[in-house]
Design a protein around this ligand. Structure first.
Ligand code: FAD
Ligand code: FES
Length: 235
C-alpha cells in the first residue's frame, strides 16, 4: 500500500464528490483501486480519471470519504482489475448513477484517441448527473423528469438504433445492468458489449473469494469488466 494526498475536491451534490490525488496513477479506464481511510473499512472505487475517484455516500466509509479535506492523505492499493477494451471507431457509453465514474475516464480516453463517443446517462434526479457538462455528445434521463428523458437509462437506450456502434460499454446498478443485458441480448449485440460489475470486495486481488460470481469468476481479478458473452447464461 502507498499513500497519496488529496489535492482538490469537487462537491457535485450533497452525497457525491470527486477527490483528486496529487499524483497520476498508471491505469486504464475500468480499473479500480482499494482505498483505505484510517479507522474505516478499505473499499473498492473505480478511477474516474488517472488521478481521481468519484464517490457516492451510501454507508460509513463513503460518508467519511466525502467529508475529507484537501491536504489529507488516503492509503491506496492498485490499480487492479481488467479494464475496458479499446476502440477508435463508434462507441456508446451507457451509465446509470455513480456508474458514470469509470465511463467518464473511458469517455476521455477514447475521445483523445479519435473515437466517436456517444453517452446515454441516467440518474434518479438531475443533481446526480455528475460530469454531465463534460460529456461531448450525451443524452440524459432522470427518474423524476428533472432533466432529459423521463424514465430510466435502459428505457432511453431502447429508443435508440444500437446497430451502428462498434463497441457498447455499460456501468451502473445491478437492476440497470440486467435490464441493459436482456435488451442487448435480444438485439444480438452481446458480442460488442462490455459490462462493469460490482460485488462486495475485501482483498481486491483474487484471494479471499468474497466477490465470486454465480459462474465462479471473481469480479476483482477476472473483471470488473466482463464481455456480454461472459455473462450470458447466468446473469
Ligand atoms: C469494482 C468496484 C468499483 C466501484 N466504484 C465505485 C465508484 O467509483 N464510486 C462509488 O461511489 N462507489 C463505487 N463502488 C461501490 C463502493 O465500493 C461501495 O459503495 C462502498 O464499498 C460502500 O462502503 P460503505 O462503508 O460506505 O458502505 P457500507 O456500509 O459497506 O454499505 C452501504 C450499502 O451499500 C451496499 N454496498 C456496499 N458495497 C457494495 C458493492 N461493492 N456493490 C454494491 N453495493 C454495495 C451495501 O450492501 C449497503 O446496502 C465500487 C464497487 C466496486 C466493487
Ligand atoms: S475481493 Fe477477494 S477475491 Fe475478489
Amino acid at each position: 500500500m502507498f499513500s497519496l494526498k488529496i489535492d482538490k475536491i469537487i462537491k457535485h451534490s450533497e452525497t457525491i464528490s470527486t477527490l483528486f490525488f496529487n499524483s497520476r496513477l498508471k491505469s486504464y479506464p475500468g480499473q479500480f483501486i482499494m482505498l483505505n481511510l484510517p479507522e474505516y473499512e478499505e473499499i473498492p472505487l473505480s478511477l474516474s480519471s488517472p488521478y481521481s475517484v468519484t464517490v457516492k455516500a451510501v454507508g460509513e466509509t463513503t460518508e467519511a470519504l466525502i467529508k475529507i479535506k484537501a491536504g489529507e492523505r488516503v492509503g491506496i492499493r492498485g490499480p487492479f482489475g481488467r479494464p475496458f477494451s479499446f476502440t477508435d471507431k463508434k462507441a456508446l457509453l451507457v451509465a446509470g448513477g455513480i456508474g458514470a465514474a469509470p465511463l467518464y475516464y473511458l469517455h476521455d480516453y477514447l475521445s483523445a484517441r479519435g473515437a466517436d463517443v456517444t453517452v446515454l446517462f441516467g440518474a434518479r434526479t438531475s443533481d446526480e448527473l455528475v460530469w454531465k457538462d463534460k460529456f461531448l455528445n450525451a443524452e440524459f434521463s432522470t427518474d423524476d423528469g428533472s432533466e432529459g428523458f423521463k424514465g430510466n437509462v435502459v428505457e432511453l437506450m431502447k429508443e435508440k438504433d444500437l446497430t451502428n456502434y462498434d463497441r457498447i460499454y455499460v456501468c451502473g446498478p445491478e437492476a440497470m445492468i440486467k435490464g441493459a443485458f436482456y435488451h442487448l441480448k435480444e438485439e444480438n449485440l452481446l458480442d460488442i458489449t462490455e459490462f462493469s460489475l460490482e460485488r462486495y470486495m475485501r482483498c481486491g486481488i483474487g484471494l479471499c473469494g468474497s466477490c465470486v460470481l454465480e459462474d465462479g469468476s471473481r469480479v476483482c481479478a477476472d473483471g470488473p469488466v466482463f464481455s456480454g458473452e461472459d455473462l450470458d447464461g447466468w446473469i
